[in-house]
Design a protein around this ligand. Structure first.
Ligand code: MRU
Length: 333
């Protein structure tokens, strides 16, 4: 995987032979973004199977332990738990085979998860690009691009697809305090792609929205509840409310692996609380007095009433999302 903590200064690939190192990479945000975390966990499970076979350990208990370790890394993005469950289900289904055959099948399963993510992003891109006018100025928050997925991206996938269709786009990139995924990652991806973009402080979004300078807001999701409430990077809620107040459409792009139908509403989604240091420091520089406390919820929940449409790999879903989401799952099956 790419060590995302080093971007945009350096592009460094890292390789892992031990699933525990994959867990540390997810926890410490070497890899981040809901679908990327899910795919990484799937390959972590495939590594765990290989490790158990080499050590001559019983496979299913080793995989269950790996699932617990990988699942304890980050609580909000449901893709993590979805991928671990899918890998465990595959292992249980194949339990009568030789351990080597199960390990090989699990590697194929992880590859299938990764391939399906790319395909889902491309489909979302095609559906979502139709929603954007030409020309258009779009605000995006956090990083929901190729880096946050296996390739192409969810929210940035829409933008990429619209640009590929020849639409003239300009992207206002929220810097996304405190981890600056917008400034570090989205800006880097858009510049690589040659798509026009301008970095803005998160606080500046309302200024552009009030002046009618924005045509759409697009972001990804870490978990979507059954009623369409969306957990995404902290600050998304404020952005969506101000967009809604100004009559600007709010589009969330996410694969069905990000939807958690078990949770009826967004306030049930577990929100990761990260280290106060991320707020108290910018880079290595402390920005608050010694002894100051800081709260650092990494995600917030945008109620469904602020979301114009959810773009998935099976199409553009409209409210009421209870109905359109459950229909989308039936269609996907
Ligand atoms: O804390 P992060 O960087 O993992 O949070 C990522 C986000 O909030 C993304 O916007 C979200 O996962 C959508 S990714 C396609």
């Amino acid at each position: 995987m790419i060590d995302q903590r080093l971007l945009p200064r350096e592009l460094v690939m890292v390789r892992f032979q031990d699933y525990r190192d994959v867990a540390v990479a997810i926890r410490d945000m070497c890899v981040r973004g809901a679908p990327a975390i899910g795919a990484s966990a799937a390959f972590g499970m495939a590594l765990a199977a290989r490790q158990a076979v080499r050590a001559g350990e019983p496979l299913l208990p080793a995989l269950e332990e790996a699932g617990r370790i990988l699942g304890a890394t980050r609580p909000t993005a449901v893709n993590l738990f979805w991928a671990i469950e899918r890998m465990l289900a595959a292992a249980r289904r194949l339990a009568t085979l030789a351990p080597e055959a199960i390990a090989a099948a699990l590697l194929a399963e992880a590859e299938a998860i990764a391939d399906a993510d790319v395909e889902a992003n491309r489909r979302m891109g095609r559906f979502g690009a139709e929603l954007l006018p030409d020309p258009a100025t779009v605000i995006t928050h956090c990083n929901a691009g190729a880096l946050a997925t296996v390739a192409y991206g969810t929210a940035l996938g829409l933008i990429r697809a619209a640009a590929e269709m020849g639409k003239r786009l300009h992207v206002l990139v929220d810097e996304t305090r405190p981890r600056l995924q917008g400034a570090h990652l989205t800006a880097w991806e858009l510049m690589q792609e040659g798509i026009g973009c301008t970095l803005i402080a998160d606080n500046a979004a309302g200024h552009f929205l009030l002046r009618g300078q924005v045509d759409a807001v697009v972001f990804g999701a870490d978990r979507i509840a059954a009623n369409g409430d969306v957990a995404n990077k902290i600050g998304t809620y404020k952005l969506a409310v101000v967009a809604h107040e100004n009559g600007v459409p709010v589009y969330c792009a996410a694969p069905l692996s990000t939807v958690d139908l078990k949770l009826p509403r967004g306030l049930d989604i577990p929100i990761e609380e990260r280290s106060p240091e991320e707020v108290l420091y910018v880079g290595k520089e402390r920005i608050a007095p010694e002894g100051m406390r800081a709260a650092n919820p990494a995600f917030d929940v945008t109620p469904a009433k602020y979301i114009t449409a959810i773009v998935t790999e099976v199409g553009v879903l409209r409210p009421p999302f209870e109905d359109s989401l459950s229909r989308a799952f039936r269609e996907a099956e």
